[in-house]
Design a protein around this ligand. Structure first.
Ligand code: ZN
Length: 417
């Protein structure tokens, strides 16, 4: 089996121009003693909106690795793919995020569901997970509910996994299962039974992305009860430990945190808990790099600043359309957004400071940031004009990208946490 390292960091790049700048941040982390490997992730949704294809991401990664002489492992993640979208990714990815969120709660074949409940009855009674003080009480009713809710989803993951296996060798890629884009968090005990079912279907999961408690909005900080998150995250780690010790799942199975960029207030929690329990972590970020591109353009001034103004103006005008695909992962109150006319009067510094995620900075505006986050479609429609502007101001843009990943993300997670 291809085995992913303990610490991996998913970077996303809408316009496939920041591969080197992103890899530079990983190399800096390695130089600072953090054994982190890069994963370039791009979802089917992003590819469709921007008009790129999976091969573009593979090429970008290959090019960045070659240009910087990077010697470590690296991965390209077919992010949030399902049975109908996986095929074009198979040749150009070595990490697959099997997204089964929309199969949660879908009724399964009755016989199969009954058989699964029977199998799980071995866990009925008091389920003790080492490290978790209170044992879980597992009733037949809980097992039936869990199977009703998750059986179809896990079965779907097996179908996607087997589809990939028709083309690639099992030891040639990493499998992740994601259930994060839903409203309701999965509890630690649900996570345990999800893993039992994954084992039943023989999916060698190395990472799993549950929905955690609280809001994981795109590009902004965590919103929720940090104490509750801490308890849940620690229990999830212990559940994983128990699962890999008692089932046939890969020993290195780890949690994957989606919409993981910018969750600064929980980074110290995640960092300290994975070190306490000696577990790995995969942090998935994507849009935060696109935001740094816009910040870089704003800082460059002149025409580039005008383009940043234009992107905001269009995103504001097309808010409903742009927000729709991200409904579960953004919170924007239109009444609290600055008007495009006002923004058009902002200079480089004001625009960059409003967009850049520096908690506590007087100009930082998370609403503004979330709207630009979903506004990358506007830039993609600018086409060459946008990418040429990025190329023209490459040095300022790339410096923002590298600094954001290393200083604001990796440092908080792996050094200061
Ligand atoms: Zn996700």
């Amino acid at each position: 089996m291809k085995t992913i390292e303990s610490y991996s960091f998913g970077v996303g790049d809408r316009f496939t121009m920041q591969g080197r700048a992103q890899l530079k941040a990983i190399i800096r982390a390695n130089e600072a003693g953090i054994p982190l490997v890069p994963v370039w992730n791009k979802s089917n949704r992003e590819h469709q909106i921007v008009g790129t294809v999976p091969e573009d991401t593979w090429q970008e990664a290959t090019e960045a690795v070659g240009a910087l002489g990077y010697k470590g492992s690296w991965y390209v993640d077919a992010d949030h793919i399902n049975l109908s979208s996986v095929d074009p990714y198979i040749a150009h990815s070595n990490f697959f995020t099997l997204d089964v969120a929309d199969r949660i709660g879908v009724p399964a074949d009755r016989r199969e569901a009954e058989d699964m409940v029977k199998k799980l009855q071995a866990f009925e009674g008091s389920l003790e997970i080492p490290g978790i003080e209170q044992p879980f009480t597992v009733t037949e009713e809980l097992l039936e509910k869990t199977v009703q809710k998750f059986f179809s989803a896990v079965k779907e993951a097996a179908l996607i996994y087997n589809r990939i296996l028709q083309v690639r060798e099992a030891d040639d890629f990493i499998a992740e299962m994601s259930m994060d884009e839903v409203d309701e968090a999965q509890t630690p005990v649900e996570l345990f039974f999800i893993l039992v079912m994954a084992d039943h279907f023989g999916i060698p999961l190395q990472t799993i992305a549950p929905k955690f408690t609280g809001r994981f909005n795109k590009g902004v900080d965590y919103v929720g009860d940090i104490g509750l998150f801490r308890k849940e995250f620690e229990e999830d780690l212990l559940v994983i430990d128990h699962a890999v010790n008692t089932l046939n799942l890969p020993q290195n199975l780890k949690l994957s945190v989606h919409s993981g960029s910018d969750k600064f207030s929980i980074y110290p929690v995640i960092g300290s808990l994975i070190r306490k329990h000696q577990k790995g972590i995969h942090i998935k970020t994507a849009g935060t790099t696109w935001l740094e591109e816009v910040i870089g353009l704003a800082m460059a001034g002149g025409e580039a600043l005008k383009m940043a103004h234009h992107i905001y103006k269009e995103a504001y005008r097309r808010m409903d359309e742009l927000c729709a695909p991200y409904a579960t992962v953004i919170d924007i109150d239109p009444d609290r957004l600055p008007s495009p006319d006002l923004v058009a009067s902002w200079n480089s510094e004001k625009f960059a400071d409003t967009l850049r995620h520096i908690p506590g900075h007087t100009d930082y505006d998370p609403m503004f940031r979330q709207l630009i986050h979903v506004g990358y479609k506007v830039a993609s429609e600018l086409g060459e004009a946008y990418t040429a502007m990025l190329a023209k101001h490459a040095s300022v843009v790339e410096a923002q990208v590298t600094e954001n990943i290393m200083e604001r993300h990796i440092r908080r997670l792996f050094i200061e946490g």
